[in-house]
Each structure stands twice: as structure tokens, then as C-alpha cells.
Design a protein around this ligand. Structure first.
Ligand SMILES: NC(=O)c1ccc[n+]([C@@H]2O[C@H](COP(=O)([O-])OP(=O)(O)OC[C@H]3O[C@@H](n4cnc5c(N)ncnc54)[C@H](OP(=O)(O)O)[C@@H]3O)[C@@H](O)[C@H]2O)c1
Length: 311
């Protein structure tokens, strides 16, 4: 099969379209023919070696945590049948930038009927990040007010929609060019970060979700209510310190580390099938355009998501 292979850490040019062995499904695994594969910032952070202390130095490597496709082969007792349209976030090893991938059944979910392969591939990692982040600091109560920073990006665009679907009031933060886009996602109010500092707002929030990790707990503390929480997607030393003393404070600091889960993905799929959550795909690329796609994701300027399409 063809796959986008990484043979050493480095720039986008290290992504090479090569012939590799077809993966063989193991116990409780399904072989999926990939129609589209999601692209996330973590992919370039692995590619350039920033995460080698976590992922190690084993090559060749196939990046990609999000896939959408059809079941090619499934076990006799499987919940999935050949031809089923499925999507998944793959766990730690990745492997999505390829024509075929094996996926444990517990990570798989059927694609809602109203959703295209590209939209499905754009969804798992980013949407699961939001769903799992919103559980921090207690379940969301209808009517809670949340602030989403970085609302125009992959994670942020799902955060706005999922929070609205859960009955929250949403204030979102995005640049001038993305104001209309973020309103179209359902935000009640959109702050333009090029014109206004959201940490100086007089409104108080139950949760501040910094989807792009461009702020800090200390800067956001004053806009969080008592017993409220600041959650970021990229922890740093300061955040880890504040998290370690949460037990002494009324306002908490935390971060999310997304986990693959078919069960959680089903919760997202239900919201998608009701039209409450709709992935926005800015652009799709061929696998052979791997370096171009990675240059784009690394720019931090993507609106919604970008994906590879294989079929
Ligand atoms: N810990 C986890 O489990 C986890 C999971 C998912 C993602 N992440 C991390 O979360 C971060 C965001 O991921 P993503 O997929 O949402 O990234 P992304 O889609 O690449 O984010 C790009 C978006 O961010 C906006 N943006 C850039 N600078 C901004 C700023 N200063 N203030 C507000 N918005 C800004 C851009 O809009 P403008 O161009 O208009 O500014 C663009 O729409 C990444 O670092 C990623 O690695 C972590």
C-alpha cells in the first residue's frame, strides 16, 4: 500500500510517499481502507522531533491520528462489517496517513449519514479534545458561560459547537478575518483578539478553554468565577505548578491530554447526526502533497481543519 512515510525527524520535506507493507489486523482489530485522514498540529510536532522524548526514535513511521474510511476486513464476531463507513482517532502509534490502517474496535465508530468522509476525518482528535476537556472541573451545566480562545482553529471550532450543543453560552476569541466564521459556528459573542484583550473583559466565566494555548492561567484568573476552571491544550511549567496547588484554590488550572475512545466519539457522532456539530474542512490535500499540507498546519493559520483525501 502507499503511505506517507517519515524516515527521520525534520522539515515537511521529510514526508515521502512510499510503498509499505499492508498492516494485518490482530485480535479485536478491523482493517480500514482510508478514504480521508485528518491533519493535526501534533503531527508536525512529531515530524520535527519536538516530541521525540515521548515518541522515541523508531523509524520508519507513519503519522496521522484521524481516519475515515470503509471496513475492509473484520472478525466474525465484530460489531463492524465489510463496507461499513467508520471513523476513529488512532491511539499513540498513529498510522493514518496511509491507504490502509488497522484499528482496535474500541476506537471505531460509524460515520453519521449526513457526514462526508473528509468531514469525518477532520473530527475525532479535535472534537474528543473538547468533549474530554469540558469534563474537567465538573460536568457542564446548561446555562454555564464558557470562553473559547482560538475558536477558529481545529479544536476551537469544535469547542464552540460542542459547548453550544451542551446548552452553554459561548464567548469566543478569534482574529478579525475569522469573526463571521466563528459566529457561524454558533458563538453568542466573538471577541477580536487583534482589537481587544479578552483577559480584561468584565464578564466572568465558568470555564476558560484556551484551545490554542496562547494565554495563561494567571492572565485569565480574574475572568473565571469562583469554583471555575482554566483548561489549556498545551501545558507548560507554570500551568503544571498551578495545577499542583489546585487543592488550595477556588479557581483551578488544568490541561487536557486527549485519549482515543470510540465511546466518546459516538457522543460526538450523535451530535453530528442531529446537525448540532458540523466539521469545517478548509482544504483537502492528496497524500503526495504531504509537505504542502504540513507547511499549512504548521502556519497556525488554518480555519477549521485540513485533511488528506485518498479516494
Ligand atoms: N493536549 C491535547 O490533547 C491536544 C489536543 C489537540 C490539540 N492540541 C494542541 O492545541 C493547539 C491547537 O490545536 P488546533 O488543532 O486547534 O490548531 P490549529 O487548527 O492549527 O489552530 C489554528 C487557528 O488558531 C488561531 N490562532 C492562532 N493564533 C491565535 C491567537 N494568538 N489567539 C487566538 N487564535 C489564534 C488561528 O486563527 P487566526 O489566524 O485568525 O489567528 C487559526 O484559526 C495545538 O498546539 C495542538 O497541538 C493539544
Amino acid at each position: 500500500m502507499k503511505a506517507l512515510v517519515l524516515n527521520q525527524y525534520g522539515g515537511p520535506e521529510q514526508l515521502l510517499l512510499q510503498e509499505t507493507a499492508l498492516p494485518m489486523p490482530g485480535k479485536n482489530e478491523v482493517l480500514v481502507r482510508v478514504h480521508a485522514a485528518g491533519i493535526n498540529p501534533v503531527d508536525y510536532k512529531i515530524r520535527d522531533g519536538s516530541m521525540k522524548w515521548i515518541v522515541g526514535k523508531k523509524f520508519p513511521r507513519i503519522l496521522g491520528f484521524d481516519v475515515a474510511g470503509t471496513v475492509e476486513q473484520a472478525g466474525k464476531k465484530s460489531l463492524f462489517n465489510p463496507g461499513d463507513k467508520v471513523f476513529a482517532m488512532l491511539p499513540f502509534k498513529g498510522g493514518g496517513y496511509a491507504e490502509f490502517v488497522t484499528v482496535k474496535e474500541k476506537y471505531l465508530c460509524h460515520i453519521p449519514e449526513n457526514t462526508t468522509m473528509k468531514e469525518a476525518a477532520a473530527t475525532p482528535l479535535a472534537a474528543l479534545t473538547c468533549l474530554q476537556a469540558f469534563r474537567k472541573g465538573g460536568d457542564i451545566q446548561s446555562g454555564d458561560h464558557i470562553l473559547v480562545n482560538g475558536a477558529s482553529g481545529g479544536v476551537g471550532s469544535f469547542a464552540v459547537q460542542i459547548a453550544k450543543a451542551m446548552g452553554e453560552k459561548v464567548t469566543a476569541v478569534a482574529s478579525t478575518r475569522n469573526q463571521d466564521f466563528v459566529y457561524s459556528l454558533g458563538a453568542d459573542r466573538v471577541i477580536d483578539y487583534t482589537a481587544e484583550d479578552f483577559t480584561k473583559l468584565t464578564t466572568r466565566f465558568n470555564k476558560v478553554f484556551d484551545a490554542v494555548a496562547k494565554s495563561s492561567f494567571m492572565a485569565c484568573r480574574r475572568i473565571i468565577i469562583k469554583n471555575g476552571i482554566y483548561i489549556t491544550t498545551v501545558p507548560n511549567k507554570g500551568l503544571l505548578f498551578h495545577k499542583s496547588i489546585n487543592f488550595t484554590r477556588k479557581k483551578k488550572a488544568d490541561f487536557i491530554l486527549v485519549k482515543a475512545s470510540g465511546e466518546d466519539l459516538q457522543i460526538i457522532a450523535d451530535k453530528m447526526s442531529k446537525g448540532l456539530v458540523r466539521p469545517y474542512v478548509q482544504q483537502s490535500y492528496l497524500l503526495s502533497e504531504g509537505p504542502k499540507a504540513h507547511t499549512m498546519i504548521e502556519s497556525e493559520r488554518v480555519r477549521g481543519k485540513i485533511v488528506f483525501h485518498l479516494i
